[in-house]
Design a protein around this ligand. Structure first.
Ligand SMILES: NC(=O)c1ccc[n+]([C@@H]2O[C@H](COP(=O)([O-])OP(=O)(O)OC[C@H]3O[C@@H](n4cnc5c(N)ncnc54)[C@H](OP(=O)(O)O)[C@@H]3O)[C@@H](O)[C@H]2O)c1
Length: 249
């Protein structure tokens, strides 16, 4: 699949491309690549990022902040004539203050499990609730939720990482379910889960073993945007990787 610049003008009116999680390793790279593509294409659209530290602040642990951010984006679209044509959600949690991924059942910890589901599943679900209604009712529009291959149940041969795996599997189900609803509203809409591969970011840093193919975030962003450009409405609901391959759920 080629990494053609994302068409922010598709199909008729100028488009807004929005990245949620723009302060993360992958989110920042997606934002930068989209802006570069927009400038290279001389397009009228706009690229915008939201994170916990952006001016338009949004924290998954506070639904009001998600609702308010969506209202502000809706106001911006109404005032500028832009339509939200591309929504990318690049948030996620694997390790941090709330804990570390589990090696075995003995490591299961309620606080970690609650947090990993709050960030990987519940937050994106609330983003779906507040932001997906902002997608246009006509013409191609794309919502991509960054998930992970380890969320694939069919592909799980290694075990471990109970919370992260389960939270991403649940995210994939939410994406599939939202895709069905969105298609009823707009037959040209596309809503997918994305596997970025192993990417050099704070999330992967402690686990990036020698020999594993770890790619710079800028490369992963270019690849993912190229894949998104090539998706059809019939791909909606799928879990797609950075090479354009559809992965098993
Ligand atoms: N890196 C990899 O190798 C790899 C592999 C497979 C899948 N992924 C997936 O790729 C996505 C991006 O991860 P990354 O590698 O870029 O990790 P990262 O650099 O650690 O970024 C994590 C992102 O999650 C956001 N986040 C964390 N807690 C949040 C909260 N309470 N509310 C709102 N946002 C919150 C952060 O927001 P702020 O910007 O506000 O800090 C940041 O944007 C994740 O879904 C991850 O699971 C990554």
């Amino acid at each position: 699949m080629s990494a053609a610049p994302t068409d922010l003008n598709a199909p008729a009116s100028p488009g807004l491309a929005l990245v949620i999680g723009a302060g993360g390793g992958l989110g920042a790279a997606l934002l930068a690549q989209l802006e570069q593509d927009r400038q290279a294409a001389g397009a009228d659209g706009r690229v915008m990022g939201i994170s916990r530290s952006s001016e338009l602040r949004m924290d998954y642990l506070d639904e009001a902040s998600i609702r308010d951010a969506a209202s502000r984006v809706a106001e911006l679209c109404a005032a500028s004539g832009l339509e939200l044509r591309l929504l990318l959600v690049a948030t996620g949690f694997l390790h941090g203050q709330a804990g570390q991924p589990e090696r075995s059942l003995a490591n299961l910890d309620e606080a970690y499990l609650r947090h990993v589901f709050a960030i990987n599943t519940l937050g994106p679900a609330l983003v779906m609730k507040h932001f997906l209604p902002l997608l246009p009712k006509r013409g191609r529009c794309v919502a991509g939720f960054v998930s992970a291959r380890v969320g694939s149940i069919g592909d799980n041969a290694l075990g471990g990482w109970y919370g992260y795996r389960a939270s991403k599997a649940a995210l994939n189900q939410l994406v599939k379910t939202a895709a069905v609803e969105l298609t009823r509203r707009n037959k040209d809409s596309i809503c997918v889960s994305l596997h970025p591969g192993t990417v050099e970011t704070p999330l992967s840093q402690p686990f990036a073993k020698t020999g594993l193919k770890v790619r710079p975030a800028s490369e992963a962003a270019r690849q993912l945007l190229g894949v998104l450009d090539g998706l059809q409405a019939s791909d909606s609901g799928a879990l797609v990787d950075y090479q354009g391959l559809t992965l098993p759920f």
